[in-house]
Design a protein around this ligand. Structure first.
Ligand SMILES: Nc1nc2c(ncn2[C@@H]2O[C@H](COP(=O)(O)OP(=O)(O)OP(=O)(O)O)[C@@H](O)[C@H]2O)c(=O)[nH]1
Ligand SMILES: [Mg+2]
Length: 338
């Protein structure tokens, strides 16, 4: 069993280990640059829940209270009751049966359990953008007020632009004061056209016309920003359904992606939001998790994936355009545990 004196040495030892595609621990001195950049960005966010898992293992010695504390810790980071209990119970059973022998085994088992949750849905899709007959690839961003939809629309636009795609933004938040100016400012900053109409225009009409705009201008990717809405406001949810029907009619297909934007700082509330959006919007294709830099509560994402089997597609941990990453379960877990 390890004591506090040598705990640093085994944590250092783990720095050299990672999960391979078969979910096994392998030596990994040749980390690719994506892992490194995600790693670096997360390491600099000291308030992050990710950072604190490692701290827990540094602070606590394996004794009778260890498992109780571990469960408490996971609950504190908002992993939710179901995930926290099932992971810790499973680890405890393996420990009692001598399958896991010390802190290092437990640390790796926790890493593996969390990876399995994140890897449950199909996460690592290739980005395939086909614009047939000048039909744009359509991404609709939805979520409650202030979660970061507009900022994310700009980050996504920048991301696709850097992949060599022609991109346009559709300003379908015609409701909130200064929403149109906000998205136009982003468009100017990243030199991407923003299709907009007057405040108060029916958002569906903005979407309808922005698809024509995209077709005329041979746009590959059309990113549609929407007004924030309280998930409890059913009329606004109906409005989203209408937006989707307009896209379906115009494109004779579903939007390619309907991404639910969740603010990691909202903790358990994100779970309720996901539940309600899921109940009413059948075409959600993934989650974008924002503001991971500002919270110790990001563990909620594990509960959400466990319950809804929905993939996280991207995450952000800052306000800058570059604080935005395509989500990869393996990289993400490496960032937590390295
Ligand atoms: N720290 C941090 N701030 C972020 C991140 N993403 C967005 N923000 C900030 O969150 C605030 C709200 O962002 P918006 O993009 O306006 O959010 P929204 O969902 O469009 O808001 P509404 O249109 O009012 O519903 C802004 O101050 C953003 O700069 C992030 O990853 N980290
Ligand atoms: Mg907005």
């Amino acid at each position: 069993m390890l004591n506090k004196k040598n705990i640093f040495s085994w944590l250092n030892f783990f720095k050299k280990k990672s999960l391979n595609n078969n979910n096994k621990i392998i030596n990994n001195d040749n980390n690719n640059s994506t892992v490194n950049s995600v790693l670096q960005s997360i390491k600099h966010t000291k308030n992050n829940f990710l950072f604190k898992i490692k701290k827990f293992f540094l602070k606590n010695t394996l004794n009778d209270l260890f498992f109780e504390k571990l469960e408490e810790q996971l609950l504190q980071y908002d992993f939710g009751v179901f995930v926290s209990k099932s992971i810790v119970n499973n680890i405890f059973k393996k420990y009692k049966n001598n399958v896991l022998k010390d802190e290092s085994d437990i640390y790796l088992e926790l890493k593996d359990s969390l990876y399995k949750i994140l890897n449950k849905p199909i996460l690592n899709r290739d980005i395939i953008v086909k614009s047939t007959q000048h039909n744009p690839y359509i991404i609709l961003l939805i979520g409650i007020n202030g979660v970061g939809k507009t900022t994310t629309a700009a980050k996504l636009a920048y991301f696709y632009k850097n992949l060599g795609k022609s991109v346009a933004l559709s300003a379908s938040d015609t409701f909130r004061a200064a929403a149109i100016e906000q998205i136009k400012a982003w468009g100017d900053k990243i030199s991407i056209p923003v299709f907009c109409k007057q405040y108060g225009t029916d958002p569906s009409s903005v979407i309808f016309d922005s698809i024509d705009f995209a077709r005329t201008n041979k746009i590959d990717v059309l990113i549609i920003d929407t007004a924030g809405r309280l998930h409890s406001n059913i009329n606004l949810i109906y409005e989203l359904q209408k937006n989707i029907r307009v896209i379906q009619k115009k494109m004779s297909a579903n939007p390619n992606e309907v991404l639910l934007v969740l603010d990691a700082c909202n903790g358990q509330n994100s779970f309720t939001q996901t539940e309600l959006f899921f109940q009413h919007i059948s075409n959600i294709t993934g989650i974008i998790l924002t503001k991971l830099d500002g919270t110790a509560k990001g563990g909620i994402i594990f509960s959400i994936i466990e319950k809804f089997s929905i993939p996280i597609q991207y995450f952000s941990n800052g306000e800058n355009l570059s604080d935005f990453y395509k989500f990869d379960a393996k990289d993400f877990i490496e960032s937590i545990f390295s």
